[in-house]
Design a binder for this molecule. Structure first.
Ligand SMILES: O=C(O)CCC(=O)C(=O)O
Length: 272
């Protein structure tokens, strides 16, 4: 399937179906499993759990481990992601090709690459209507950036897929208000548009590209399954990040020597 810049510019997003190969997904999933194994060992050592549920399926184990520890449940992994198996996804050739089409030859992985294990019935995992740019700064509108989101399990309304308001990226950065866990777009802005929201139901292997100005949210997970997904952003590396952290260069004509070379190199680096 070919990426359509025209569709992206009009709607603020584009879904590439089946673009991530099973082996690449499996490598990322294995790293998620190893993060969960690490947590299980930690909880066992602390005497907080009696068993590690090592035979439980990927979409169940974290849920079982934390069933009696709801306040300790991890919601997001970031610094933990410098493991070799994540590199193939972050630096996927086809994704970087699309990013290159939009952003030019200098591409950085913006410093908020994340894995989200969205657990059911946890209000902290319901991501309220926002624009990513709403979290960055008043200057965020000038950032040349594209968001990337891909699930490791099927993402549906019931387990907390994302919703978008198509075309909303053309409004620029709008007012956000602070809620308990997240920022959220002011009611006066979002309420008249909510009826236009579309649910972004996608499968492992599919990749959603979206504008950092698009109004979007992550629905609550209502089923007894962990909704595992990755979200990351590519940015034109000739620009500042407008954060303390600088991310990592993934493609560069100007500084090829500074590009992350491979999975081993990635694993030596830190979240920054
Ligand atoms: O994964 C979700 O439910 C929300 C993700 C999100 O808001 C983002 O990637 O910006």
């Amino acid at each position: 399937m070919t990426f359509s810049q025209e569709y992206f510019d009009r709607q603020g997003y584009f879904i590439l179906k089946g673009v991530i190969e099973p082996a690449c997904r499996a490598a990322a999933q294995r790293e998620c499993e190893s993060l969960v194994e690490g947590l299980a060992q930690q909880l066992l050592a602390q005497g907080k759990i009696a068993q590690s549920f090592s035979a439980a399926p990927f979409d169940q184990r974290l849920l079982l481990l934390y069933q009696d520890l709801p306040d300790e449940t991890p919601r997001i992994f970031r610094p933990e992601l410098h493991l070799p198996g994540f590199f193939g996804l972050f630096a996927h050739a086809r994704l970087l090709e699309v990013a290159g089409q939009m952003l030019g030859p200098e591409i950085r992985l913006y410093p908020n690459y994340s894995v989200r294990p969205k657990l059911p019935h946890d209000p902290r995992t319901e991501v309220l209507w926002h624009q990513d740019a709403g979290y960055t700064s008043a200057e965020a509108q000038v950032l040349r950036m594209v968001n990337v989101w891909t699930p490791l399990v099927p993402a549906r309304v019931e387990n907390g897929c994302m919703q978008f308001v198509p075309g909303s990226h053309r409004q620029g950065v709008v007012a956000h208000e602070r809620d308990l866990h997240y920022l959220r777009i002011a009611d006066t802005v979002i309420q008249p548009l909510e009826a236009q929201a579309v649910s972004i139901e996608v499968d492992p292997g599919d990749v959603v590209f979206f504008s950092n100005l698009l109004f979007h949210r992550g629905l609550p997970n209502e089923v007894d399954q962990v909704r595992w997904s990755l979200d990351f952003r590519y940015q034109d590396a000739t620009q500042p990040t407008l954060r303390q952290t600088q991310g990592h260069l993934l493609r560069s004509r100007a500084h090829p020597d500074q590009v992350v070379r491979d999975a081993e190199h990635w694993a030596q680096l830190k979240f920054q």
